[in-house]
Design a protein around this ligand. Structure first.
Ligand code: GLP
Length: 259
């Protein structure tokens, strides 16, 4: 369902779906289409992505093996970020999330799902290695993005301009609170640092797909899309991308329409 566009006009294309399940169905279809084109995917973690990846799994597992197998064999994806200090098998690591959501159920080869190495001896060097690996793969064709409650994208915490590179950074208290659920509900247990693709790599992707659900994100989504881009809302730089598609549910879209 395409909503009436609010005024002032939104940057990018906005699709408002009834609920998170309908959002997931649309996004999973886009991801499958991208896989069929042989795209390099940029993938995200977080609760928003759980129904998306469930819908993608269902779509792919429903395909006849002769169709599914070449699609999965050609899978190439780079995740946005990873916590520093967590090994890939730590339950809070994004690597573990990706393996659980996609890698194991789809039997993807380990090298299909690329993430920064959270336990690399030198996180700054690991960020440079990861950026170089992405560049060697030709960059990202379709970048899937969630939205942090404080306006972060990937782990680009405010303040952040549009040209920040892939790097190791300190997470904000707000983000550690937001992500505490993955660490027994304790914000202090959330690692204080992460490696993230920068706004530079994200904006260099050929296509962006921003996915936002739930009323708790309505106000930050409004600031992201309708206020002039600014460092205090790193996701607002996405407005500058010529191929930004935004898929949201009605609850998240609540603050976008006037009145
Ligand atoms: C996390 C990730 C982001 C994600 C965001 C939203 O911290 N680093 O890539 O988009 O926060 O998370 P959620 O979907 O759980 O609200």
């Amino acid at each position: 369902m395409i909503s009436a566009l609010p005024s002032p006009p939104l940057p990018g294309h906005l699709l408002v779906e009834a609920d998170a399940a309908a959002v997931a169905a649309v996004v999973a279809q886009r991801l499958e289409q991208a896989l069929r084109r042989g795209a390099v995917l940029g993938l995200a973690t977080g609760r928003t992505m759980e129904p998306v990846y469930a819908a993608l799994r269902s779509r792919l597992l429903a395909l006849p093996p002769a169709e599914r197998e070449p699609l999965l064999a050609g899978w190439r994806s780079f995740n946005l970020d990873e916590y520093v200090g967590l090994a890939a098998d730590h339950p809070g690591a994004f690597a573990a999330f990706m393996r659980q959501q996609l890698g194991a159920p789809l039997a993807l080869a380990a090298q299909c799902l690329q993430l920064p190495d959270g336990v690399a001896a030198d996180p700054d060097q690991e960020a440079r290695r990861y950026a170089a690996a992405l560049e060697a793969a030709g960059g990202i064709d379709l970048q899937l993005l969630g939205l942090g409650s404080n306006g972060h994208v990937g782990f680009n915490e405010p303040p952040c301009g549009p040209e920040a590179p892939c790097r190791c950074l300190e997470l904000s208290a707000a983000t550690r609170r937001q992500n505490a659920a993955g660490f027994g509900g304790d914000p202090a247990a959330v690692p204080p640092r992460a490696i993230t693709l920068g706004t530079a790599e994200i904006l260099a992707a050929r296509e962006l797909l921003l996915v936002v659900t739930g009323e708790a994100k309505a106000e930050i989504l409004r600031r992201t899309l309708l206020e002039p881009p600014c460092p205090e809302v790193p996701a607002s730089w996405l407005q500058r991308h010529p191929r930004l598609q935004v898929v949201v549910d009605r609850a998240a879209a609540a603050a976008l329409s006037p009145g």
